[in-house]
Design a protein around this ligand. Structure first.
Ligand SMILES: [Fe+2]
Length: 362
């Protein structure tokens, strides 16, 4: 059994200033309505790394038109893992959150403990339920797993004392934007130092049935025309991805040779962690050019790009870190006539199955 089989409840980010970052989500993704709560009046029984404490701050909750919910956490005074994360990372994805009943939560916490991922923080939130944050930074790469046991009734709604409505506070050029997200978050792109060790951890935690692994390298048939910070580069990285139809998808990236955004602007700066969301679908190169001129005008640059498989696919990483709170966004466009399974057998490519459960299926 995997440690966690519940669906994702929200993506939790630590940010410096809620209003600034919420504006980025509004302008780029049409997440215009944010419900903001002050933490301290709602918080009881807080224990952080074994010590009773209390902490302040604000949380803003917004839901995308494509269904994902984001919690923007602005820590203030008092010790918390959010404050720790702010010190080490500045901004970025602090946790992935799951809601569970008591039995499932106890099971998940015990399973994670057996994988050397201890509870880092727990507290009760008035009107929400009890929250446990497991320190999975070493196990999964730089972020926590948050487990919420909802109050009776089962739904989690943060009691907000303020609503921020950003509709109409920004303008996009005619016919452009927001960024097109046809199928929600396709994967969380996690940059790590050891891809093989991490894939095994993810399989144990999330029950990933199979990984597709590629050693992407600058050469014909693999990674073509790669750029980093606007310049052509030669670089390489290992990437292991979960199946395309995963409800919760991951891409585990280990940068190796040459300069890349993964390494120079992320791993070398904040260490392992969730580097990007893959969610933007491009409908051809002209579509990309239209988006790019709008993005450039809003201060979002391309930090890495390339084409794959003789031009059947193109990808662009947007440096949205200042707009979205430490997070880059991957745009991907695939020639619609291409069957992705034809990639198999081309170049260095293999699959890792689910044999880690002592012969059980994941
Ligand atoms: Fe990716």
């Amino acid at each position: 059994m995997p440690a966690i089989s519940a669906p994702l409840h929200h993506v939790g980010l630590v940010v410096r200033d809620i209003e600034t970052i919420a504006r980025g989500y509004a302008e780029l993704f049409d997440i215009n309505i944010w419900h903001i709560a002050h933490t301290e009046p709602l918080l009881t029984r807080a224990v952080v790394r074994g010590e009773r404490t209390t902490f302040g701050g604000r949380v803003a909750v917004g839901t995308a038109p494509w269904g994902s919910t984001f919690w923007l956490i602005e820590p203030a005074e008092g010790r918390s893992t959010y404050k720790d994360f702010q010190a080490t990372n500045g901004q970025g994805i602090h946790h992935l959150a799951f809601t569970m009943d008591d039995a499932a939560a106890d099971g998940a916490i015990a399973a994670l403990a057996s994988l050397n991922a201890p509870v880092a923080q727990e507290y009760d939130l008035d009107g929400v339920g009890s929250v446990v944050e497991v320190d999975t930074r070493s196990l999964l790469g730089g972020f926590y797993i948050q487990i919420i046991r909802p109050l009776a009734g089962g739904t989690v709604t943060l009691p907000a004392d303020e609503e921020l409505d950003l509709a109409g506070t920004y303008a996009r050029p005619a016919g452009v934007g927001p960024l097109p997200v046809p199928n929600g978050i396709q994967h969380f792109g996690v940059v790590v130092r050891d891809m093989v060790a991490r894939t095994e951890s993810y399989t144990r935690v999330f029950g990933v049935p199979e990984w597709s692994v590629q050693n992407w390298r600058t050469e014909e048939g693999s990674l073509e025309n790669p750029t980093f910070d606007g310049r052509p580069v030669e670089h390489e990285y290992f990437a292991a991805t979960t199946p395309f139809d995963s409800a919760l998808g991951f891409e585990i990236v280990q940068p190796t040779l040459g300069p890349s955004d993964y390494k120079e602007n992320f791993l070398n700066v904040v260490g392992e962690g969730i580097h990007h969301l893959n969610l933007v679908g491009l409908a051809g190169h002209e579509h990309w050019l239209t988006l790019r001129s709008w993005l450039t005008a809003t201060g979002v640059d391309v930090c890495m790009s390339g084409t794959l498989g003789g031009g059947i696919a193109e990808f662009y990483y947007l440096d949205t870190r200042k707009r979205l709170g430490g997070l880059a966004v991957e745009c991907f466009g695939l020639d619609p006539s291409v069957d992705l399974t034809t990639m198999e057998g081309k170049g260095p490519y293999y699959r890792i199955g689910s044999a880690v459960f002592d012969g059980q299926e994941a």
